[in-house]
Design a binder for this molecule. Structure first.
Ligand SMILES: NC(=O)c1ccc[n+]([C@@H]2O[C@H](COP(=O)([O-])OP(=O)(O)OC[C@H]3O[C@@H](n4cnc5c(N)ncnc54)[C@H](OP(=O)(O)O)[C@@H]3O)[C@@H](O)[C@H]2O)c1
Length: 311
């Protein structure tokens, strides 16, 4: 597996990582044994970077990832995140950060967290104060690298001035292009990017269902791409991308991941799957090279991403 540098502080990870959100929340019923097999298969195939968060089941996802990675702890880097209340409002108050990070260390069964993110910008707490607390964990040897997620250029600059930020984690895919506006600032500051939901939450996976097949309480029903007025147009885009992928000998999910790898050499996509076979399919994207002409063809099919908003 190719390696990529995230930031300039020494964090090097596999070009494709693994996102563990779905092992705990978001995509319907989970099967822990299947998820653990999927995680271990990812590692066997060269993935060394694994992403979770307190919020993925309030510790449940972290515990599962910690169990799966315990035998290979020294061969991988683990990222986790703090910053939400149980009702999904931002909370980056210092005492809350400390409570959550101390619990994450226990849940993951590690002495140190390789990469700690603030999960979401909290307008109630200056980011300098947030990073000040994160920095104390680095100084104590309990965290190695710092990251931010779901934030803006101004906060990135302020945070980086307190302690070097290694990674911005942002939603980025052929469908979700908003974070391209943050590339100039992270490039200037030497910060890497972890691209989350690289398969557009499954829309770019080949597994997209007729709209009526999604349960009324499936969170994707609330995403703009799934809204009735946008859905058919997005399915049409996906159909064209699938045809293009097959001409390259790739699946749609592989095309989506290869597209991200081709954008910048400091971008690491973290597709999520609870199935070992689909994990293997996604990881094989590392061997797909997209030419300038390929990228232009994809841009012609989806010039501005998916139709509708990503949230
Ligand atoms: N920072 C943040 O705020 C934030 C937000 C969202 C996500 N994330 C991170 O990013 C990671 C990935 O994002 P995500 O899980 O939301 O979305 P994603 O990776 O874009 O898509 C995941 C969905 O696609 C399906 N899938 C994956 N590979 C497939 C394949 N080859 N064929 C068919 N279906 C496939 C998965 O189902 P199966 O599991 O059934 O295969 C799941 O339903 C998360 O796990 C999490 O670590 C971070």
């Amino acid at each position: 597996m190719q390696q990529r540098n995230l930031g300039q502080q020494g964090l090097t990870v596999s070009a494709i990582g693994y996102g563990a959100m779905g092992t705990a929340i978001g995509y319907g019923p989970t099967d822990d044994a299947g998820s653990i097999s999927a995680i271990r298969r990812a590692h066997e195939l060269g993935v060394t970077h694994f992403d979770t968060a307190e919020m993925y089941g309030w510790g449940v996802g972290e515990k599962l990832l910690g169990t799966a990675l315990a035998p290979i702890r020294d061969q991988v880097t683990i990222a986790t995140k703090f910053g939400f209340t149980p009702s999904f409002a931002p909370n980056s108050r210092p005492e809350h950060i400390r409570t959550v990070v101390d619990a994450s260390l226990q849940n993951l069964r590690v002495d140190s967290i390789d990469l700690l993110y603030q999960h979401v910008h909290d307008p109630a707490v200056p980011v300098e104060e947030v990073v000040g607390v994160m920095k104390q964990y680095v100084e104590a040897g309990k965290v190695k690298y710092l990251g931010l997620s779901n934030t803006n250029a101004e906060s990135i600059r302020k945070a980086h001035a307190v302690h070097p930020i290694s990674v911005l984690q942002s939603e980025y895919s052929i469908f979700a292009r908003e974070s391209e506006s943050l590339l100039p600032v992270i490039e200037e500051l030497g910060i890497g990017m972890v691209a989350y939901s690289p398969l557009a939450r499954g829309f770019l996976s080949g597994a997209v269902q007729p709209r009526s097949a999604y349960a009324a309480d499936d969170f994707r029903q609330r995403i703009g791409w799934w809204e009735p007025e946008n859905y058919d147009e997005n399915v049409e885009i996906v159909g064209q991308l699938t045809q293009f992928a097959s001409r390259k000998g790739a699946s749609l999910s592989q095309l989506a991941i290869a597209w991200l790898l081709a954008q910048r050499d400091y971008i690491v996509p973290i597709p999520g799957s609870r199935n070992a076979g689909r994990v293997a399919e996604n990881i094989a994207a590392v061997d797909i090279t997209l030419t300038v002409a390929d990228l232009a063809a994809i841009a012609a099919i989806a010039p501005a991403g998916g139709v509708g908003s990503r949230a």
